[in-house]
Design a protein around this ligand. Structure first.
Ligand SMILES: NC(=O)c1ccc[n+]([C@@H]2O[C@H](COP(=O)([O-])OP(=O)(O)OC[C@H]3O[C@@H](n4cnc5c(N)ncnc54)[C@H](O)[C@@H]3O)[C@@H](O)[C@H]2O)c1
Length: 375
């Protein structure tokens, strides 16, 4: 199927690096509102360039628009693409507000078009292996999930030196202004509804712990740089997800069931190992075995992708899934309803910064002194 890319920024290089794994996808051209960006990108990869979004959308060859713009542009670019009769694969988040996300969903429905959203790591070998283990009830009944999306103090890192393969700098201003929840919560929240079914409620707390990130260009707004949420799924499972760009790097996942605990180190690696520590009876105690049992990874993906980065993901697998769904006239695994549900959960966590109904304590106490020998 023929695809065109809108947005030739940092992430677009990851898409180009994995596009060759999906020969059924043909790139007709690329476009960016910054003409210098599209010129450099098209030269670097030797791909045709569209002078404007209008020109791209007017090309009858284009069947799927891949929206790799900044989150603030996702809605307008996806809306224009659907209105032009194109299927859309959007980077996450689907939209920055629920009314906008719903409007995209309704538009796709009304036009009979496919709309899908990244991340697509649910289609990765690790997520599929975990899902299989859950279906095979290797953990018994699942009760609780702990998922971490901590990236360390990114504002203290040398992010100005981070360049994509074609030379685009990491968009620190946009990343900090959008915030790590909208940017990263979806990595786990696209897995859990597949594993556990629809969510029922989100109870969240968000905060901006480092308002002055001392960026070269001042930030225009302070998005949450820390959030914690408990998602209650209709099936009874509760997942606690933490996102931050404050706490040390930790992308781990633990799924706790009656018969064992599944663990995995990093959702950003499609081939991150999966293991289970079983519950065992020893004498008069029931303990979690200290020895993990490896779950062999299912799936055909390569051991390594041909790019450098803090992740190893096949960014184009989601587009391939969408293209397959269109061609086979079947539901897309990352379809519009699924993407909308994920977007709603993510927004609920993000919006807890301003809309949470946190209980405010009515009591206080006099300061407690340390022991004299500890002064
Ligand atoms: N940076 C990463 O490592 C990373 C990883 C995974 C996903 N993503 C996601 O990818 C998306 C893009 O991120 P990025 O890091 O590439 O950002 P970026 O700022 O480097 O690139 C975005 C590009 O989109 C262009 N753009 C914005 N609005 C446009 C419009 N209306 N029409 C045409 N072009 C427009 C910008 O000029 C820019 O070149 C975001 O949704 C982000 O969450 C980023």
């Amino acid at each position: 199927m023929r695809i065109a890319i809108v947005g030739c920024g940092f992430v677009a290089d990851y898409y180009l690096a994995t596009l060759k794994l999906h020969p059924q996808l043909q790139l007709t051209g690329v476009m960016d509102r910054d003409p210098e960006r599209s010129r450099r990108f098209s030269q670097f990869y030797g791909v045709p360039i569209y002078a404007s979004l209008e020109e791209l959308l007017a090309d009858p060859e284009v069947e799927i628009v891949v929206n790799l713009t900044n989150p603030g542009s996702h809605f307008s670019v996806s809306q224009a693409s659907l209105n032009a009769g194109k299927h859309v694969y959007s980077e996450k988040p689907l939209a920055m507000s629920l009314p906008e996300a719903r409007a995209l969903y309704d538009l796709a429905e009304a036009k009979g078009l496919y709309l899908a959203s990244a991340p697509c790591s649910l289609l990765g070998e690790t997520a599929q292996t975990i899902w299989k283990a859950l279906r095979e009830e290797k953990l018994g009944t699942v009760r609780l999930v702990y998922a971490e999306m901590d990236d360390g103090m990114v504002h203290q890192m040398p992010y100005e030196k981070w360049l994509s393969a074609s030379g685009t700098p990491w968009p620190y201003k946009d990343e900090f202004e959008v915030g790590c929840t909208l940017e990263h919560a979806g990595y786990y929240l696209t897995w859990f509804p597949a594993f556990f079914g629809p969510a029922q409620s989100v109870t969240a707390f968000s905060s901006c712990l480092i308002p002055d990130k001392q960026t070269p260009v001042p930030l225009e707004n302070n998005a949450p740089d820390f959030s914690v949420a408990c998602v209650q799924f209709q099936s009874g499972v509760v997942a606690r997800l933490t996102c931050s760009i404050v706490a040390p790097h930790d992308h781990s996942l633990r799924i706790i069931g009656d018969r064992g605990v599944l663990q995995m180190k990093d959702a950003w690696f499609y081939r991150s190992p999966v293991s289970i520590k079983r519950k065992i009876n020893i004498r008069r105690s029931r303990i979690t075995s200290p020895i993990p049992e490896r779950c062999p990874l299912v799936g055909p993906g390569p051991k390594k992708y041909a790019y450098k980065g803090s992740q190893q993901m096949d960014f184009c697998r989601g587009i391939a899934e969408l293209a397959g769904a269109v061609q086979e006239n079947r539901p897309c695994r990352l379809g519009a309803d699924y993407s909308l549900h994920v977007n709603e959960m993510v927004l609920a966590i993000q919006n807890a910064l301003t809309e949470s109904s946190a209980y405010r304590l009515t009591t206080t106490f006099a300061p407690v002194e340390p022991m004299p020998w500890a002064l």
